[in-house]
Design a protein around this ligand. Structure first.
Ligand code: GDP
Length: 481
């Protein structure tokens, strides 16, 4: 996938026009820079009688897979702590619960430290660490899942016992079921007189989350983030659930971790909070994180302390990347600076291709629509002129330039200079040119047009403009590439 028409022709050592013609005969209008989808590749390889193996380009440099160690198969994998995400309806107490757990479990030595919200923290229950993702709601969770970085081992759904199941509760139930991660329900606000845990259990049962004491398999823990009641029970239950999951990792391999959140910090540059999934991340490690890379300059824990390394399921803020990565991105240690740079660069190229192919996709849709219209080819025009009179004259002359094969569609007109908005508009459509009559674009507009690959043509004589457009249409008809 992700191969352009001309690249395909080059690979086949066939003239590009042959490839385009085959596509054309099959009713697919594509130009040399369009990306071929797997269907088109299949049709083409049939047509040309060649064997084609489709490789996802990401596979060719997928550092996540290249470098990942298979924990399942690793005899050196040892027990690792669970990673927890807390979800629930707004105001049901996610933030309060995260804060309550954290402050209840801050050990003596750290009490004096400045606690920082870096996006995740680890507490200990009877000496057993548990890591919480410290961003309530499911945004971070979604970002990570979207990138296939499922760090969450156990999901806690908070339901306010005085309020019951609400729309967002239903939403997170769905998310939790989809993810397959075990769920523990935190029945919060039990300190309130209006708390009605049985009502909540009934509602949750209707959504397929039946409490253990009702014969189901979901633990419901009554608690209060306000008074701290039940917090120990919750943590105990997390540990029991984790035990069953038999979570493992090998601390001795290079780190693979997931970005929980990242930002640009004054004086420190890009920082990213990560949770290590496997291996150990150390200060000095060469790292790659999507299209950004660098070397771990510092690791700062949730108490603001500099640490030397973090093992599986542990978290820290990483300083040393060259740019800010998105949440959910995978951050990995690689063997050299060169390797980090290479992976980052390839990934950058890959993302850029993805962007381009996205825009080609809409182009293809446009084209499909054109075919449906009766094999018309359309040249889209954004038209700007100095006065209303010439604008109207040009518009109607342009619209008249058509035959059974090609036509002009004026998608936008306006009196006055060419603006950045016009450029954006033109770049949003396929086969679009920007025509100016008796006006000139400013430097910044020109620069933007260049960046977007949009052609701006200026005229001061009407028939020259019309001649030029006629030529463009002829060019399109000829299928000359
Ligand atoms: P979130 O939107 O889910 O993060 O909810 P918050 O943690 O911001 O809590 C919403 C409101 O409920 C706040 O005013 C909290 O003080 C209050 N709250 C949270 N937990 C409890 C609790 O256990 N008991 C009582 N009485 N109030 C709580």
């Amino acid at each position: 996938e992700d191969i352009r028409v001309y690249e395909f022709a080059e690979k086949l050592k066939r003239p590009m026009s042959d490839v385009i013609k085959v596509l054309f005969d099959l009713g697919m209008m594509m130009t040399k820079n369009d990306f071929l989808g797997s269907d088109e590749i299949e049709v083409l390889s049939d047509e040309f009688g060649v064997e084609v193996t489709i490789i996802d380009p990401k596979d060719e440099f997928n550092y996540e897979e290249d470098l990942a160690h298979d924990v399942e198969e690793d005899p050196n994998a040892v027990k690792r702590p669970p990673v927890i995400t807390i979800m629930g309806h707004v105001d049901h107490g996610k933030t309060s619960l995260l804060d309550a757990i954290r402050s209840a479990k801050v050990t003596e030595g750290e009490a004096g430290g400045i606690t920082q919200h870096i996006g995740a923290y680890t507490v200990e229950q009877h000496g057993e660490p548990i890591t919480f993702i410290d961003t309530p709601g499911h945004a971070a969770f979604g970002a990570m899942r979207q990138r296939g970085t499922d760090v969450t081992d156990i999901i806690i759904i908070v339901v306010a016992a005085d309020d019951g199941v609400k729309p967002q509760t239903e939403e997170v139930i769905k998310i939790a079921k989809d993810s397959g991660a075990p769920v523990i329900v935190a029945l919060n606000k039990m300190d309130k007189e209006t708390a009605n845990p049985d009502l909540v259990k009934g509602q949750m049962a209707e959504h397929g989350m039946t409490s253990v004491d009702w014969g189901g398999d979901v633990e419901f823990i009554p608690l209060s983030a306000k008074t701290g009641m039940g917090l120990d029970d919750l943590l105990e239950n997390i540990l029991i659930t984790a035990e069953v999951l038999d979570l493992k990792a090998n601390p001795k391999v290079p780190a693979k971790s997931a970005v929980v959140e990242a930002s640009l910090e004054k004086g420190r540059g890009p920082v990213a909070t990560v949770i290590v999934q496997n291996g150990t991340l150390k200060v000095g490690d060469n790292i790659v994180c999507g299209s950004s890379y660098g070397r771990v300059k510092a690791l700062i824990d949730e108490n603001g302390k500099q640490i030397k390394s973090i093992g599986p399921s542990h978290t820290a803020q990483v300083a040393g990347l060259d740019t800010v990565p998105p949440s959910g991105e995978v951050l990995m240690a690689v063997s050299s600076d060169k390797e980090a740079k290479e992976y980052a660069h390839k990934r950058y190229e890959y993302d850029r291709h993805k962007e381009l192919s996205k825009s080609t996709k809409s182009t293809l849709e446009d084209m499909t629509a054109m075919i449906a219209e009766g094999r018309l080819k359309t040249l889209k025009v954004v038209l700007k002129a100095d006065v209303h009179g010439s604008l109207e004259a040009l518009k109607s002359s342009l619209t008249d330039l058509r035959n059974e094969e090609v036509k002009v569609e004026v998608i936008s007109t306006g009196v006055g200079g060419i603006t950045e908005n016009d450029v954006e508009l033109a770049s949003a459509s396929d086969n679009c040119v920007l025509l100016g009559f008796n006006i000139r674009p400013t430097g910044s507009v020109k620069a933007l047009a260049k960046q977007r690959g949009i052609e701006i043509r200026n005229y001061s004589v009407i028939y020259q403009l019309l001649d030029d457009v006629t030529n463009m249409l002829t060019g399109m008809m000829d299928l000359k590439f």
